[in-house]
Design a protein around this ligand. Sequence first.
Ligand code: ADP
Length: 235
Amino acid sequence: MSDGINIISLEQVKKTYGKGTDALLGIDLKIKKGEFVFIVGTSGSGKSTLIRLLLREIKPTSGTLLVNGHDLSVLKRRQVSVHRQGIGTVFQNFRLLNDRDVYENVAFAQRIIGTPKHEIKKQTTTMLQIVGLGDKMHSRPDQLSGGEQQRVAIARALVNHPPILLADEPTGNLDPKNSWEIMKLLEEVNKNGTTVLVVTHNREIVDEMKKRVVTLHNGKIISDERKGGYRYEED
Ligand code: ADP
């Protein structure tokens, strides 16, 4: 790996929830700009806590957490939304607006940040073509397959060109064929320069793709491999 800059850097990050549950016990993790990283681990290992910390939904109990050059421990309230604009998010259940068409679902993300109208049209259309939905722009999400809905979510996540894409179980609701198509799309997105983090339980995909794999267990990183596989057994 070349000496690129760390786009994400955690040093001794601990998270203890209110009632004394230790969710992360002191995590050190550095992710360089342009990397593709799988985050795996059994249920309760700390994956969601890590995601919520990166999105600054919660703060670490101690340690240092830098994302896109922001120190998340000292971020002011009004800087939080700017920070979140730097991370496109994709979830297992798509989280699309079912009363709006595909175009609107993606364009909406641009309106929020005040993109000029003509730019919205250009960028939304381009992004939907990139994800292979140029001909479905005026369908409603519930008229699409699961794989297509996830493509809309990916287009929405990327339309504002965030440097990081964070996908939480993106294939959790998809059949194997659609799962592979979504992963190939994420690989493409990564090749075009976006840093991609994928939290997943999909053993076959992790084993096949030969990417960096970070494994969490009981709040600790128990392995971090360059071209890794799915290391642990389910409980
Ligand atoms: P994963 O996403 O890998 O399943 P989590 O980050 O959700 O793991 O959970 C890690 C640990 O923190 C678990 O023991 C879980 O019960 C606990 N935990 C998660 N969220 C909370 C919360 N809001 N309050 C208290 N404990 C929590």
